[in-house]
Ligand binder design. Structure first.
Ligand SMILES: Cc1cc2nc3c(=O)[nH]c(=O)nc-3n(C[C@H](O)[C@H](O)[C@H](O)COP(=O)(O)O)c2cc1C
Length: 493
């Protein structure tokens, strides 16, 4: 039987002067806020994942981070954490934002940071770090020593990399790219790596293969939520994600050079694998329950990765993200960063008047994006919708973009549906765009096709009727302020 000890009573928010040093310090801080559940005795085989799914269903608004220890068959101290950064408070801790009251506070805090002269801070190479406490080389590499979870029943195997960093170097320019791509364990020293067409890691891999070479790679499978959330987002081609995350952190991430390929690996991460993607060793990868909620990409033949080094801390912690039918245990954090990044890119493309963006959790923080604007000129709403669809952050695997007026809170689905129901004429308000960037994860794509279509829906009051549109039938702010002042006590009874 498993046992679970609840954390102590939630304590007050603390504004730290600087962001956490590593995952462990992050978890300590989250624990102090009562945001971590410590669970002992759960199995790697679907049980940890099932518990994560249970919390997702029962506490969708504020799921705790789940830290598993004493996993049967594995050394005590070899731990797995699920959903490390996935709550309102934990997103604020991840970025060092003030205590938030709602999702909009977080998106705005991110935006304010980007607007306030955000600068990337390149990583600093250091000689040593906790990640080097243990190094397994060549024949000593044995991935079986880690309690790698099986996540979903139909998965093709156990997945060590979900909340991970896949670190690669462009062979032509030396640019370092960091992406989150799933990692399946095949045997004690071989893993599968699935990188979708068009992703930066895939482009880099193809460059090595075109030169007839294997592709060097380092994969961190126990990492800081700030690095994870950066790696899992569409950051521009040519930008080093370590530097981008360092900009948020306000000081550089420390990295050490990996032994085989000199790749930068986070000096204080938990577990890093290093090796090469082998063009000639093609194996079946998947299926894996994906963020759309399906096993859409099924089994595929992918070049495998031969692992020749494993670096890990004492008592290492695997970080895990659970895709599948939403809600997922990483999606809230992703919705915040995705919404803020879309907002940022739309502004960089010259659009003014954005008052909010939300990338809905049920759409996997990709497929259902809402933008609120204060309309300033004819065509503004359409421009906003098309930019939200076309910008890099909003493009991959999108489906719906909805533009609403600034009196609608884009994070409030009820209000968005009201706008769709009353300010939208389906015959004239919906633009459909074909041949857009999709991929094998899209459950609607017929096999063998790679592009999907999008709907940009203008659910704003028509510009031409802005002065004559029927007024909204609700009490004015003044009347409500008086009502609250006099009668709020009724709500507390
Ligand atoms: C939990 C999680 C798992 C992901 N798994 C994959 C994956 O297996 N393959 C993939 O191509 N993208 C995956 N992604 C999406 C990419 O990480 C994301 O598109 C990112 O921008 C890729 O980095 P790149 O832009 O440098 O290519 C995942 C994202 C998250 C948050």
């Amino acid at each position: 039987m498993g046992s679970s000890d609840a954390s102590g009573p939630a304590r007050k928010w603390v504004d730290y002067n600087s962001l956490h040093n590593d995952l462990r310090e992050f978890l300590e801080r989250a624990d102090r806020l009562g945001e971590v559940r410590h669970i002992k005795g759960a199995s790697w085989d679907r049980e940890m994942a099932g518990i994560s799914e249970m919390f997702g269903k029962e506490q969708p608004d504020n799921p705790p981070a789940l830290l598993f220890d004493e996993i049967p068959g594995f050394d005590k101290g070899y731990r797995v954490v699920w959903g490390a950064g996935n709550s309102r408070n934990r997103v604020a801790l991840t970025y060092g934002f003030p205590e938030p009251s709602n999702a909009t506070d977080l998106v705005r805090a991110y935006r304010d940071r980007m607007r306030g002269g955000f600068k990337q801070i390149p990583p600093k190479t250091v000689k040593t770090g906790a990640v080097l406490e243990n190094i397994d080389r060549d024949d000593a590499v044995n991935l079986d020593k880690f309690p790698t979870p099986r996540v979903h029943e139909v998965d093709g195997g156990r997945y060590l990399g979900t909340h991970d960093l896949v670190i690669m170097r462009d062979p032509d320019t030396g640019w370092i790219n960091v992406g989150t791509y799933r990692v399946q364990v095949y045997d004690k020293n071989t893993v599968g790596l699935w990188i979708s067409p068009g992703k930066h890691g895939r482009l880099i891999r193809e460059k090595y293969f075109a030169k007839g070479k294997s592709c060097p790679v380092a994969i961190s499978v126990g990492t800081d939520p700030l690095l994870f959330i950066t790696a899992g987002n569409e950051i521009d081609f040519g930008v080093d994600e370590f530097a981008y995350a360092g900009g948020h952190r306000g000081r550089p991430f420390e990295v050490v050079e990996s032994e085989l390929h000199g790749l930068p690996i986070p000096a204080h991460d938990e577990i890093v694998l290093e090796g090469e993607i082998m063009p000639d060793d093609v194996r079946t990868e998947g299926p894996f329950g994906e963020f759309t909620g399906y096993y859409a990409s099924g089994e595929q033949l992918q070049p495998a990765v031969r692992i020749r080094r494993v670096y890990h801390r004492n008592d290492p912690i695997i970080t895990t993200a659970r895709p599948g039918r939403p809600p997922h245990d990483f999606i809230y954090a992703k919705s915040v960063s995705k919404a803020a990044t879309i907002w940022d890119e739309m502004e960089k493309a010259g659009l003014h008047g954005i008052t909010g963006v939300w990338s809905h959790e049920a759409g996997g923080a990709r497929m259902f994006n809402v933008v609120a604007i204060k309309q300033m000129y004819p065509g503004h709403a359409r421009q906003a919708g098309h930019l939200a669809f076309a910008c890099h952050a909003g493009n991959y695997l999108g489906r719906w973009v909805i533009v609403v007026d600034d009196d609608i809170d884009p994070t409030n689905t009820f209000e968005v549906i009201w706008a769709l129901s009353t300010r939208c004429d389906p015959a004239t308000s919906i633009d459909v765009i074909g041949k857009a960037w999709s991929g094998p994860l899209d459950p609607m794509l017929p096999k063998g096709t790679v592009e999907n279509s999008r709907a940009v829906i203008d659910a704003c009051r028509p510009w031409s009727r802005r002065d004559s549109f029927p007024p909204v039938a609700e009490a004015s702010r003044e009347v409500m302020a008086e009502t609250y002042a006099k009668w709020r006590f009724l709500l507390d009874e």
